[in-house]
Design a binder for this molecule. Structure first.
Ligand code: AMP
Ligand code: MG
Length: 307
């Protein structure tokens, strides 16, 4: 998945669980990667329609649900825009407005159809492309959690490129301490004491490119404008009991910005979040009050979000 991963598990079934988790992650990558021409998503994008694994179809349908819930801030058909900007490639560039407009016409989940019957398949309108980069790692962490359950792992911690899953508590019985990185500096901005939870962070600081004029362009794109997201946020972290949802929502919240993100949370309330703003505030949902610990020398002002 083009990222650093670490997995740890404790207990009798731990070794077997870790082996199976590694296999499951590789298998998912071989199906979901946009840049592998032989993956389910690669073939769908290349040929416009493809027979796909039922599990891939299920993820596409769930993702479409997150697209609806987030009002399209999270949008899996951003493929043409991702390709156009090439932010995470060796050759990123700032496109012409006409190019962006041409891509925008091909972005939107109405361009994707999923068939869950026999055979399982998906189809795209011409020129459209799916990119699951904003949800695949979270989904992979859900699979790891399932394997931990099946193998009786009671304690473990997993990080798939910043998508964290903590199982149970630490071997000594205390909660896991999950650090939220300081998006503007070294080290972390706060830690969260968590048990049995998924915690996923999205931020422009993770992957970006700096143009000749000094403008910084993030890898998270605003599906409405076709430009890299420019909200008041430096990062958005979602804490939830589902990895795929946490991943999709953290990307969406980053696009939304703090005001819209707070409204979205008020409407959903099946997750918690930590938002770090460019003007130095760290906003958190009230249920995190007894779990969050500020970094001692943190430059951020901590504020609970009002329900
Ligand atoms: P994440 O790190 O989970 O926020 O995902 C970012 C990645 O998802 C990018 O590198 C793109 O491949 C893709 N992406 C960019 N913008 C969006 C968006 N608004 N919705 C869904 N996927 C996106
Ligand atoms: Mg994401």
């Amino acid at each position: 998945m083009d990222t650093y991963m670490s997995l740890s598990a404790y207990g009798d079934g731990a070794n077997r669980a870790l082996t199976e988790a590694g296999q499951a992650i590789n298998e998912l990558d071989s199906r979901l990667s946009r840049t592998r021409p032989d993956s389910d998503i690669g073939r769908l994008n290349l040929y416009g329609s493809a027979e796909i694994d039922p599990d891939t179809a299920a993820l596409l349908e769930r993702s479409a649900d997150y697209v609806r819930k987030t009002g399209g801030r999270f949008e899996i058909t951003v493929g043409p825009l991702v390709e156009l900007w090439g932010i995470t490639t060796d050759e990123p560039r700032v496109p012409e407005q006409e190019e962006i407009d041409a891509c925008l016409a091909r972005v939107g989940s109405e361009h994707l159809r999923v068939q869950t019957g026999e055979p399982t398949a998906a189809a795209l309108d011409p020129g459209c492309a799916v990119d699951l980069g904003a949800v695949a790692k979270g989904y992979a962490s859900d699979k790891v959690a399932e394997i931990f359950t099946a193998r009786g792992v009671e304690s473990g911690a997993v990080s798939l490129g910043g998508n964290v899953y903590v199982r149970g508590s630490r071997p000594d019985g205390t909660p896991w301490s999950v650090a939220v990185q300081d998006p503007a500096g070294e080290g972390y901005a706060c830690t969260l004491a968590l048990t049995d939870a998924f915690a996923v962070t999205s931020g422009g600081y993770q992957r970006f490119f700096t143009a000749g004029d000094g403008t910084v362009y993030s890898h998270i794109l605003d599906p409405d404008t076709g430009y890299p997201a420019q909200s008041d946020l430096l990062s958005a972290t979602v804490i939830a009991d589902c990895g795929a949802m946490a991943d999709a929502y953290s990307t969406a919240l980053y696009v939304m910005g703090s005001g819209e993100a707070a409204d979205f949370w008020r409407g959903q309330s099946d997750f918690d979040m930590v938002l770090i703003t460019a003007d130095g505030r760290l906003l958190y949902t009230p249920a995190l009050a007894d779990k969050i610990s500020p970094q001692e020398k943190s430059p951020y002002v901590y504020e609970a979000i009002t329900p």
